[in-house]
Design a protein. Structure first.
Length: 426
């Protein structure tokens, strides 16, 4: 006891800002018993706040864009633009852009500030500390936890964040596996499917949806660990590098800086990239839905071609086609499904989830179809914006293709395995 007091008396702490209160907080936030549960609770809380807070502004934005359609059509008519071009620009390009903004902007405007608060408070390095042992066992780097957290907002932002990883091998592992963390563009599909087929729309639905969504996220994190290990023993062999993780003192976030940085540096940056991909995609989708070959639209022909492989994964051709055409922006996957199911020539929306569920059930959807869609939503190819970011960050077409194929093949395999297991039990 005397020796211990003597040592404490002569030890000097290098960072005077790191106080005894900070050490007590670290025992709670990074403790063996409390560290992981607290991290999961904060994750659940962020998802719940995002789900609850995004619904109302999404509806307002959608109504705003809907009210502009007639005015834009009239303006193009006054300019003498032909009817088919007017419809392509408004019902194709503008409607896709409007859907992406109304669905993507509110969740990002909530998620990114919450994420930035955790970042500015000094908590995120504690997340890396909590997960460092798991990543070390996978022969990856603990800093990958930070890039994974960035991926919740946008995978492209997570890819850019991989610059903090010094080892080129570990940086590539983090880049390839970042898409296993669903971005906010995939949240609307996951939340809609969870609500329609598993929790309903009654009291406490948002809590139930957040709970199941957290479970889906944990599956994605588990796949991140598995694929990181697999890459480390195959294409990207090596031992994990050591790094000194500095625990910064806990700070009170400055709300003004949080809002400015999260909105302008992250939300608007990511949204701008998504719109650059979504605008031309809207034109392509409109063309496929309105031009016919042999009495059927090209959209229907493509869905028919894809139906057989899609059935092997527990889905149908329309669902798989929607994911493919949703490459520019994951937010438009569900609207494309509706457009194909209803044989409409433009993106569609149904007023409530009960009506949407009935439509999907009439098209042959079951709980097993819903699970397959959730699995494929979680694990499939990165969006176009993320692919372009991977190409820019790696400077390699080879690693961009690998980053595209790894989640694609794993998603197909998971869906086929689940569909096979369901077939054995029926």
């Amino acid at each position: 006891m005397g020796t211990g007091r003597h040592i404490r008396g002569i030890v000097e702490y290098g960072d005077k800002e790191y106080t005894a209160a900070d050490r007590r907080k670290d025992k709670f936030f990074t403790g063996k018993i409390t560290g992981i549960p607290v991290m999961l609770l904060l994750l659940f809380l962020i998802f719940w706040l995002t789900i609850v807070g995004a619904n109302y502004p999404s509806g307002l934005l959608h109504e705003l864009f809907l009210s502009l359609e007639g005015r834009i059509i009239y303006g193009l008519y006054c300019l003498g633009i032909p009817e088919w071009i007017r419809e392509m620009l408004v019902y194709g390009m503008f409607r896709v852009v409007a859907w992406v903004v109304s669905v993507m902007l509110p969740p990002m405007a909530i998620f990114f500030p919450l994420f930035t608060v955790l970042e500015d408070s000094g908590y995120l390095p504690r997340v890396a500390f909590n997960l460092d042992k798991c990543f070390k066992k996978c022969r990856a780097c603990g800093k990958q936890a930070l890039t994974m957290a960035m991926g919740f907002g946008c995978n492209a932002a997570g890819i850019v964040g991989c610059r903090i990883i010094d080892s080129p091998r570990e940086r590539l592992i983090a880049i390839i596996t970042n898409s296993f963390v669903p971005c906010n563009g995939r949240f609307p599909t996951l939340i809609a499917v969870i609500t329609m087929f598993f929790v309903g729309e009654g009291a406490g639905a948002s809590l139930g949806a957040a709970f199941l969504l957290t479970g889906v996220i944990l599956l994605g994190i588990g796949l991140t660990f598995f694929v990181s290990w697999l890459l480390s023993v195959t294409f990207l062999k090596g031992i994990p590098s050591s790094f000194a993780l500095e625990m910064p003192p806990y700070r009170r976030p400055q709300i003004g800086k949080v809002v400015v940085r999260s909105i302008f540096d992250r939300t608007m940056f990511v949204l701008g990239r998504a719109l650059l991909s979504a605008a031309p995609a809207g034109v392509l989708i409109w063309v496929l839905a309105n031009f016919e070959i042999g009495g059927m639209t090209m959209l229907s022909h493509l869905a028919g071609i894809l139906d057989k492989p899609a059935r092997m994964m527990g889905m149908d051709g329309v669902i798989l086609l929607a994911f493919i055409l949703g490459l520019p922006a994951n937010e438009i996957v569900v609207p494309i499904m509706l457009m194909a199911y209803l044989s409409e020539g433009s993106l569609m929306e149904i007023s409530n989830l009960d009506a949407l569920r009935q439509l999907l059930v009439n098209q042959g959807w079951t709980w097993a179809t819903a699970v397959s869609v959730m699995l494929f939503t979680l694990v499939h190819w990165p969006c176009a914006t993320t692919c372009l970011t991977i190409r820019k960050e790696t400077g390699s077409i080879k690693w961009t293709i690998i980053s595209f194929l790894v989640p694609c093949l794993l998603g197909c395999l998971l869906c086929m395995l689940f569909h096979g297991l369901v077939g054995l039990t029926i």
